[in-house]
Design a protein around this ligand. Structure first.
Ligand code: XMP
Ligand code: MG
Length: 170
């Protein structure tokens, strides 16, 4: 049996999302914002974030896989999408930054489409884990280098449905 330890409560997540949404709404006021959620981990964050925003947005999803069921990044990242982003203001929405390898690959891939602007919003940032630099304009929480689950994030496809974020202890 795994033991769950709460790291960030539902209330803390929702409160931080309201501030992020306010900041993003202000920054993109008067612009058409295209938000790209990275599946599956960011689905819940994106859903709560867009509902807290004051400006209309268009929503897309893409897929990136590097993890399988392991708890560390393999560095090999596969990116899948059918997005057309030329001349658009694009904000990528991700669950968590660790080594940065996944987001580095995603940002390289999306920038080939020459969007008008390309920024990143990550709910969580494990800064200690970074191997390649990835600029993240909006970050929800900086967290310690522990494997976390809940609020969209999984361990072997479990725990995505939790409304809070926890870490696992075997
Ligand atoms: P990298 O190392 O490429 O990792 O920055 C980013 C991707 O790996 C996943 N990831 C996690 N998933 N709990 C998870 O459920 C974690 O603690 C964790 N750390 C990294 C995540 O999908 C992200 O896209
Ligand atoms: Mg992810």
């Amino acid at each position: 049996m795994d033991t769950l330890h709460t790291l960030i409560t539902e209330e803390e997540i929702q409160s931080r999302i309201r501030s992020l949404a306010e900041e993003i709404s202000k920054d993109y006021e008067g612009k058409d914002l295209h938000m790209v959620g990275v599946l599956k981990g960011a689905f819940m964050f994106l859903a709560d974030l867009v509902r807290a925003m004051r400006i209309p947005t268009t929503i897309y999803f893409m897929q990136a896989s590097s993890y399988g069921n392991r708890q560390s990044s393999s560095g090999e990242v596969m990116v899948r999408h059918d997005l057309v982003l030329a001349d658009k203001h694009v904000l990528v929405v991700e669950d968590i930054l660790d080594t940065g390898l996944t987001m580095n690959k995603i940002m390289d891939d999306l920038s080939l489409q020459t969007p008008s602007s390309l920024k990143l919003c990550a709910l969580l940032d494990k800064t200690e884990g970074r191997k390649v630099q990835v600029p993240a304009q909006y970050v929800g929480f900086h967290i310690p280098n522990k494997f976390v689950i809940g609020y969209g994030m999984d361990y072997a496809e479990q725990y995505r449905d939790l409304p809070y974020i926890a870490y696992l202890e075997p």
